[in-house]
Design a protein around this ligand. Structure first.
Ligand code: ATP
Ligand code: MG
Length: 273
């Protein structure tokens, strides 16, 4: 299990995360939802070791992540950023192969090359394998970044809005790949998501953040209530079960009360030990 324990983070003097507690279990998907600027990306970066928390710890299968070397951490955690960081001249194949870096001493083994080819096939990227990554569309680049993280063969995956650049079909395809792999390879997935319908459908647990704090956590049907959506997003929504899925339909902007977000539902305790 990946445990986030009482994590705090500040940018300069501004508090961005406060007392975050989360458990990511192997084979399960936990989605972080919440409005823009609420701290989802910051939380993922703290867990990935890119940002250093002001307080709190991340424990991966019993080991404190803070004490791990970067290369060691990369064997446990794959991280896919919200967008391609800096584009450098490399082919799709080379980019995915770069995911094998924690295992490569100085040159890739036959196994590394085979594993890379396998993932490229699995993700339907074979047609693009020899293309330069700076010539890809946003959605194609997003798939390549996921493929690179999968090449890392980690037990946990951190994904920052993995479907933000994808069309309807590729969005579903991507989430199905993620869910299938999580179950088949017993990987724990923590992903930041904006689409409440898709996160309800593809997650075991939802962590709803508001202004850097956990507003609530629980099963999608427990977290995605009209009351919680009104408090956190300031939107009136209708929530119902339809075609076997939880459907969240935004209706209109709500009147914002001054005490908005202060009501912490009781099941926030669920994620605590
Ligand atoms: N490098 C930075 N320096 C200072 N403040 C920052 C920096 N990066 C982010 N912030 C601030 O930290 C807060 C949390 O940002 P973060 O990117 O984690 O939000 P988010 O929930 O991922 O938002 P979005 O849904 O828009 O991706 C925001 O108020 C943001 O303005
Ligand atoms: Mg973000």
């Amino acid at each position: 299990m990946l445990k986030v324990m009482n994590l705090y983070f500040n940018y300069n003097d501004t508090r961005v995360l406060e007392g975050i507690v989360a458990n990511v279990e192997k084979g399960r998907v936990l989605s972080i939802v919440g409005p823009n600027g609420t701290g989802k990306t910051t939380l993922l970066k703290c867990i990935a070791g890119i940002l250093k928390p002001a307080a709190g710890t991340v424990v991966i299968d019993g080991h404190d992540a803070d004490g791990m070397a970067r290369r060691e951490l990369a064997k446990h955690l794959g991280y896919v950023p919200q967008s391609m960081p800096v584009r450098f001249p490399a082919t799709v194949f080379e980019t995915v192969l770069a995911g094998r870096r924690p295992y490569i001493a100085w040159r890739p083994s036959r196994d590394d090359l085979e594993r890379t080819a396998e993932i490229i096939e699995e993700m339907n990227l074979a047609d693009l394998a020899m293309r330069d990554i700076d010539q890809l569309s946003g959605g194609q680049a997003q798939k390549v970044l996921l493929a690179r993280a999968l090449a890392q063969d980690t037990l946990y995956l951190l994904l920052d809005e993995p479907t933000s650049n994808l069309d309807l079909r590729h969005e579903l395809e991507m989430l199905e790949v993620i869910i299938t792999l999580a179950k088949r390879k017993d990987m724990g997935v923590l992903m930041a998501m904006h689409d409440l319908n898709l996160s309800a459908r593809f997650s075991d647990t939802i962590l709803m953040l508001y202004q850097g704090k956990i507003f609530c956590s629980g099963k999608p049907s427990e977290a995605m209530t009209p009351e919680n959506i009104r408090e956190v997003y300031g939107v009136e929504a209708a929530v119902r079960q339809e075609n076997g899925y939880l459907q969240i339909q935004p209706l209109r902007c709500a009147d914002l009360s001054p005490s908005r977000g202060n009501r912490i539902p009781p099941y926030v305790k669920d994620q605590e030990d």
